[in-house]
Design a binder for this molecule. Structure first.
Ligand SMILES: [Zn+2]
Length: 461
């Protein structure tokens, strides 16, 4: 059945909640707009039968591209561009070269290995992640940092979690190549109108540790690039008795140990963007918290690197920079109203109410917004796109995500380090195939997010 990229307008909060609760539509959670005439509009993906159902129920639906058809066009471009990709990945700052395409799964790994080799090896180190994926792949991360001190801050960038979001590993590889090259050659980095001086680059590399885990879900990414362009989950085999193609896989970004068992924590009426159905094509939470090798690897980084104080998970799309929390609206006045307090079980996840709001200390919130604003300004300096800085929750709450998990660790266990955490959602909903835009557009996005990450590394202390 054909699937379309759509814009859906509904009359009120309940209508928007029903998109998830009743019609099982996949919404882009951070594209919610309130048009002048009232109601809400959201970017989404829906099948033709869902679209018919929604129209009959009074929603206004604007149909855009056929995603599978357009996705095939992107796959064809990707396959055509494989020529010399490996060579490029090994040697060049590739985003500055014309006529290429997305890095494939092997090229991302090759680029990390190259960044860890001579002449970079005096200040970089390749890290082998301990858990092999379901298809037997071994993942690597890269440490960039010269010198050793347990007090220096660690900054951890994660990418490639959702299979169809092809550009995140490309962004992180570009960042790695620009940072290592600039440090090695004592040069500055210019991205758009933003300049990072050689002195600032030197401080980043010599006073901080940067960790880049660029491709967390290689099995899924390959499946999306070669077979099913809209694939989001990993490739965990379908459970016994389930044979449908959509019964394969877990959404890694619903599998973390933060309110993982969401029916226990949320109001039954909350439009939680999570599912316990293994055949849900997008948001299946998995058989248990941190059940997946990809999630285990991402968590292993936190466990192994206790000086990590900042975390950014790079996703697409919606042109937004999201800060903690994702389960409910924030509040800064009632510390006891928090995710660990069972008195609030069954009450969380309704936007704009006062029954439950998640506690965040105002100093943490202030710093989170400050650093996010810096990234927003760096992005804007590239070509004028203005990303929104917003709380992760919006109208649709989530649980089991990486950013909330990262920030919750020090609250659950006082011996753990506080990790200020973000999700960046790159790319506009107006791009054709917004999860993997044509590469000419992706190259511009790579520059934008690279600028944001440089700005973050300079400011985060
Ligand atoms: Zn994503």
């Amino acid at each position: 059945m054909a699937r379309y990229h759509v814009k859906i307008t509904g009359k009120d909060y309940d209508a928007m909640a029903d998109l998830v609760r009743k019609y099982k539509v996949t919404v882009a959670r951070h594209t919610v707009e309130q048009p002048k005439k009232g109601g809400y509009t959201v970017d989404a993906h829906a099948t033709s039968s869902q679209i018919r159902q929604l129209k009959a129920a009074g929603y206004s639906v604007r149909q855009r591209e056929d995603v599978d058809k357009q996705g095939k066009a992107r796959q064809a471009e990707f396959k055509k561009a494989t020529k010399s990709r490996l060579a490029v990945a090994r040697t060049m700052v590739r985003a500055t070269r014309a006529g290429e395409g997305y890095l494939d799964v092997e090229a991302v790994e090759a680029a990390l290995a190259a960044a860890a080799a001579s002449p970079n090896d005096t200040f970089t180190q390749l890290i082998t992640l301990p858990h092999q994926t379901w298809e037997g792949r071994v993942c690597h991360a890269l440490k960039i940092g010269k010198g050793n001190s347990s007090t220096r801050p660690g900054i951890y960038f994660l990418g490639g979690v959702h299979a169809r979001e092809w550009g995140s590993p490309d962004i992180l590889i570009n960042f790695v190549q620009q940072l290592t090259q600039a440090y090695r050659t004592h040069s500055s980095v210019t991205v758009g109108s933003k300049n990072f001086t050689a002195a600032k680059i030197k401080k980043v590399v010599e006073e901080k540790d940067i960790y880049v885990f660029a491709q967390a879900n290689p099995d899924g990414r390959r499946h999306s690039m070669m077979t099913a362009s809209m694939w989001r989950k990993n490739r965990r085999p379908a459970p016994a008795g389930h044979s449908g193609a959509s019964c394969v896989g877990v959404d890694i970004n619903r599998n973390y140990d933060f309110m993982w068992n969401f029916p226990q924590f949320f109001d039954p009426a909350a439009p939680v963007a999570n599912s316990t159905d293994p055949c849900h094509p997008e948001i299946y939470i998995g058989p248990s918290a941190i059940s997946e090798p990809e999630t285990k690897n991402a968590v292993w980084m936190f466990d192994t690197l206790p000086h990590v104080r900042y975390f950014i998970d790079v996703h697409s799309y919606s042109e937004s920079i999201l800060y903690t929390w994702g389960d409910d609206d924030n509040q800064t006045t009632q510390p006891s109203m928090n995710f660990q307090n069972p008195a609030f079980d069954g009450k969380r996840g309704i936007a704009n109410d006062t029954v439950y709001r998640e506690y965040i200390p105002s100093a943490d919130r202030k710093l989170a917004v400050q650093l996010a604003n810096g990234m927003r300004d760096a992005i804007k300096a590239v070509r004028g796109r203005v990303y929104s800085v917003q709380q992760s929750v919006g109208l649709y709450p989530t649980a089991g995500t990486s950013d909330d998990y990262a920030f919750s660790r020090h609250l659950v266990d006082a011996n753990k380090t506080k990790v200020l955490s973000y999700t960046i959602e790159w790319g506009s909903p107006d791009n054709p195939t917004p999860f993997h835009p044509p590469y000419s557009e992706m190259k511009k996005i790579i520059q934008e997010i690279t600028a944001a990450l440089f700005d973050f590394c300079v400011r985060a202390t």
